[in-house]
Design a binder for this molecule. Structure first.
Ligand code: COA
Length: 383
């Protein structure tokens, strides 16, 4: 016996889809919907505060390193001496990177590399901190290898004496970075490590919730971060500043751009209504850099003008500086080309993504929201 009705069933007397779904709240983009619980970070948009496991982002940037912060996210323990070097790219993965066209976007190469890495590993459920460390240590080597291959250079093996960010720069350029340069990029990695239930992190948690593996979760997260609404565009900050040209033109340029309905890159945020604490931390880093770009002073002056004009135009909607504005001079200052910015952001976010994978796997429930049906009412097939 079966419970299903016979084929060609008569119309039901159930309510219409509209009536059956009446009163169900719907928030486009899931804005404001609480879709989980986390102990990893607190993004306090109203007060411009970001805490990783309770610690202030500014203190972590000043006193921590990226491996120590990653370990804090994975384990909950603060060990400022914690080290993590980059890991070699397995030969099978390198072969795949060599086969990519040189025109491949670095985000596509990184996503491919993570997928290939997963295919070369045994990654049993549930994910472990060891898996998180291994993947976080692999990806910088993979991105550096791809960046060299597309330029016709051979990849460089990791130097285990270097910490992760130094190692990444060394494998990218072939030269060991000076301490100040490594420190500046390390600070960027710390501020990029984690940020609540953003779209890519949510993707990683959805994938994990099906009991899929950590490489699939991070590969999916990279795909989500690739979109321009998420991956950010510090390179567009660089473009806008070059259009401004000089501080005396800043006010006229800002007013003209806003009059044309353009957005000022590096300002505004979906969550922050106050100055983004990551921007504050990166501004200090940028100002302290030995190789700071010559346009940093221009950026500071443009920021003052932009904040004043935005406040005048949007008195009820606080639009403050966001992380991208000062990420731009830091990334340029350490010698990265703008097309590497989004993939470098992804490397930094590995700590947060993988920590969320561990958190999700540790107390898992399949993430499967509901949807409101808005199609035609129940009807008969045309005869
Ligand atoms: N420059 C000028 N105006 C801006 C602005 C910006 N950077 N950001 C928001 N606004 C204005 C909008 O035009 C809108 O004005 P209106 O009400 O007159 O139409 C108002 O502020 C609200 O904007 P909204 O799109 O609802 O804000 P949001 O929370 O959805 O957008 C961002 C957040 C980040 C997408 C948006 O601020 C933005 O596009 N910033 C520039 C890009 C950027 O720096 N991205 C990196 C983010 S970390």
């Amino acid at each position: 016996m079966t419970d299903s009705p016979p084929a060609g069933s008569p119309p039901t007397d159930a309510p219409s889809p509209e009536a059956a779904q009446a009163g169900r709240p719907y928030a486009p983009g899931l804005e404001g919907v609480i879709a989980g619980e986390t102990s990893l970070s607190f993004v306090d948009g109203a007060n411009g505060r970001l805490l990783y496991r309770g610690y202030r982002i500014g203190d972590l940037v000043e006193q921590g390193t990226y491996p120590a912060v990653a370990n804090l996210l994975w384990s909950g323990d603060w060990d400022p001496g914690h080290r993590l070097a980059t890991a070699p790219v397995p030969p099978g993965v390198l072969q795949i990177l060599r086969a990519l066209p040189t025109s491949t976007k670095p985000m596509d190469a990184l996503r491919t590399a993570v997928s290939a890495w997963g295919a070369n590993q045994d990654l049993p459920w549930p994910a472990t901190a060891g898996q998180a460390r291994a993947l976080t240590a692999f990806s910088p080597s993979a991105l550096a290898a791809f960046s060299r291959l597309r330029a016709g250079d051979e990849p460089i093996d990791p130097d285990p004496s270097l910490d992760l960010v130094e190692g990444f720069l060394y494998q990218l350029t072939g030269t060991k970075p000076d301490a100040a340069t490594a420190r500046a990029l390390d600070a960027y990695f710390i501020v990029g490590a984690e940020h609540g239930f953003n779209a890519s992190t949510f993707t990683a948690r959805v994938i994990t919730s099906t009991r899929s593996d950590i490489a699939s979760a991070v590969g999916g997260a990279i795909g989500t971060m690739k979109g321009p609404l998420h991956g950010g565009a510090p390179s567009e900050v660089v473009d806008q500043l070059s259009q401004v040209g000089s501080a005396d033109r800043a006010e006229a340029w800002v007013r003209e751009a806003l009059a044309k309905g353009e957005r000022l890159m590096g300002f505004g945020h979906r969550v922050y209504r106050a100055y983004d604490p990551r921007a504050a931390a990166l501004r200090t880093v940028a100002e302290g850099m030995t190789n700071k770009p010559e346009w940093l002073q221009l950026a500071i002056e443009v920021e003052d003008v932009a904040l004043r004009v935005l406040a005048e135009k949007h008195p009820d909607r606080p639009l403050k500086t966001n992380v991208e504005f000062y990420a731009a001079p830091v990334l340029m200052g350490v010698g990265l080309t703008p097309d590497l910015f989004p993939a470098t952001f992804s490397l930094a976010r590995h700590a947060g993504w993988t920590a969320h994978v561990l958190e999700q796997a540790g107390d898992n429930r399949l993430i499967r929201p509901d949807v409101n049906y808005i199609g035609p009412a129940e009807r008969d097939l045309p005869r």
